[in-house]
Structure formats: C-alpha cells, structure tokens
Design a protein. Sequence first.
Length: 159
Amino acid sequence: MSDLTIYPAQITEMSVAQLEALPPDQLAEVQHNLEQLQDWTKQAKAKLDAALVRRFGELERAARADSGKDFGTVHFSDGPLRVTADQPKRVSWDQPQLAAIAQRIAASGERVEDYLDVEFSVPESRFNNWPTALRSQFEAARTVKPGKPSFRLAFASED
C-alpha cells in the first residue's frame, strides 16, 4: 500500500466522479484492495456459517422436530441469544419426465400451460452455428440485452 492508500471506508464517502478522477496507480490499487477484501469477506463468511451450523445445528434440528417443519423458519434460544434459522426449500424437477408428462397431457387434449410453466430458450452457441435460413426464423423472437460491464486494471508491464 502506498502513502496515498484509499481505504474502503473512504471509498464509501467518495463520489463516482472522485473515484473516476483518481490517478491510474490509485485506481488500480483501489480495485485490487476491494477484490482482496471481497475474497476475505467471502472466506470469513463461509467460516462463520460453518461455525453457526456446528454450534446451532442440534438446536435447529430439535426446533424443527418440535414444530414439524422440515423447511422454513424456526426460532430457538441459546442462553440470552434468540436464534432464527431459515432452511429454504430447493425443488428440482426431472426434465425428461416432465417432457413425457407434458406429451401425455397434450395427447389427452388438455392444455399443457394449465399444468406446467413452459419456457423455451436457445443456447447462443447453437443459434450462432445454425444456417442463416434457420436463424432468420428465430430472430424475431430473440432479444439481446447488454450485461453489466467489468474492467480489470493492470499496468502494461504486468500483462
């Protein structure tokens, strides 16, 4: 860090214009320091989460057993501490089985959309490799939106 190091607390006080106007070495240092901070925070959060599971796991399981809830939010106490534990439900569906069910629904004369949410998508790599005639049929259904840009700063000697 240089004598002109800008610390994260200072960055929150700066405007976007002030950050934009920083000299190249400071701008690169700020980006590097924030990336390190982000990595450190991610690692620290993972360790804390693991510690919380180890410390409160049994109490959470007991609270879930008492409430009859496998998922959702439960509350319990550990001394003076009131703990809220949330266990989200993550559901996944077997796509080939759903496709077969959808075919049976359609074959029986029912509307598949009344039972299933259907979303079609085309992988961009496939679309780009299609013949022009085929691509032109799909272009009216295709919308391209820009993502969030990202920048990596490095001095020319570091490439």
